[in-house]
Design a protein around this ligand. Structure first.
Ligand SMILES: NC(=O)c1ccc[n+]([C@@H]2O[C@H](COP(=O)([O-])OP(=O)(O)OC[C@H]3O[C@@H](n4cnc5c(N)ncnc54)[C@H](OP(=O)(O)O)[C@@H]3O)[C@@H](O)[C@H]2O)c1
Length: 228
């Protein structure tokens, strides 16, 4: 048996799926470090007993703030959850440069910058690194074109996660990209399929069952595999 509590880092934990991840892991007595970019998000995390790091994933100081916040830690799990949907287009409406910049920066560039920084803390305890992607990023199951910039960003995120798995897997860090379901959050909207507690229970079970031989997988919140 381990002589210490399990510990998780959740990047983008102010609300929605990220906050519910923090809440459920705290309820399960894990040590949780959650990031948020405003005081309201930080206060919500502090109220459930999480440690907090104040950072906006897009700013130049984010890597240093994250590294300082997890210095010397042992992590069993790190989850990159921050994301935006961008323009809710139907067909092939071109994104503006500003829309492209914002979506790709938060969903892709910030993940590529920040997620690998958790690797040393994860490697100390054969931990797991997850990014919250979307089935909308799958090319293999693609049959609709709504929000194509968001789809593009999640396909790119999946590619980045695969590369992380190739580098970090041999260091003992099991990497996975996860679809949380269509979830009733600010992003998913009131008409989505499942509530956030159901999504996060599924994600937690899928992560608990994740073994190193599945390093580099793209998984649904029910643990089943999604085609790339
Ligand atoms: N909901 C769904 O149906 C669904 C489906 C598939 C995938 N996903 C993915 O799941 C993840 C979480 O989505 P959600 O539904 O929980 O969305 P949400 O309720 O809109 O929450 C988005 C989260 O991302 C954070 N964030 C956005 N920009 C940020 C920035 N620049 N710096 C730091 N944090 C930032 C937000 O923080 P603030 O509070 O500071 O804005 C918030 O914590 C996203 O990656 C999303 O693409 C969601």
């Amino acid at each position: 048996m381990k002589d210490r509590k399990n510990s998780a880092l959740i990047i983008g934990a102010s609300r929605g799926i990220g906050f519910e991840l923090a809440r459920q892991y705290r309820e399960d007595k894990w040590d949780v470090i959650g990031t948020a970019r405003d005081e309201a998000g930080l206060a919500r995390l502090a109220a459930i007993g999480a440690k907090t790091i104040k950072l906006d994933v897009t700013t130049a100081d984010a890597p240093a703030l994250l590294q300082a916040g997890i210095a010397g830690a042992r992590l069993d799990l790190a989850i990159y959850c921050a994301g935006i949907v961008g323009p809710r287009t139907q067909k092939l409406e071109a994104p503006t440069e500003a829309e492209f910049e914002a979506v790709m920066r938060i969903n892709v560039l910030a993940t590529m910058t920040l997620a690998p920084l958790a690797a040393p803390a994860l490697a100390r305890s054969a931990g797991k690194l997850a990014v919250i992607s979307s089935r909308m990023g799958s090319i293999g199951v693609r049959s609709a074109t709504t929000s194509w910039l968001y789809r593009t960003s999640k396909a790119a995120l999946n590619s980045a996660l695969k590369d992380m798995s190739l580098v970090l897997g041999p260091q003992g860090v099991t990497c996975v990209t996860l679809h949380p379901g269509w979830v009733r959050t600010d992003m998913g909207g009131a008409g989505a399929d499942i509530d956030v507690a159901t999504s996060v229970r599924g994600i937690r079970a899928a992560l608990a069952a994740l073994t190193p031989d599945r390093n580099g997988s793209f998984l649904n919140y029910d643990g089943s595999e999604i085609p790339w």
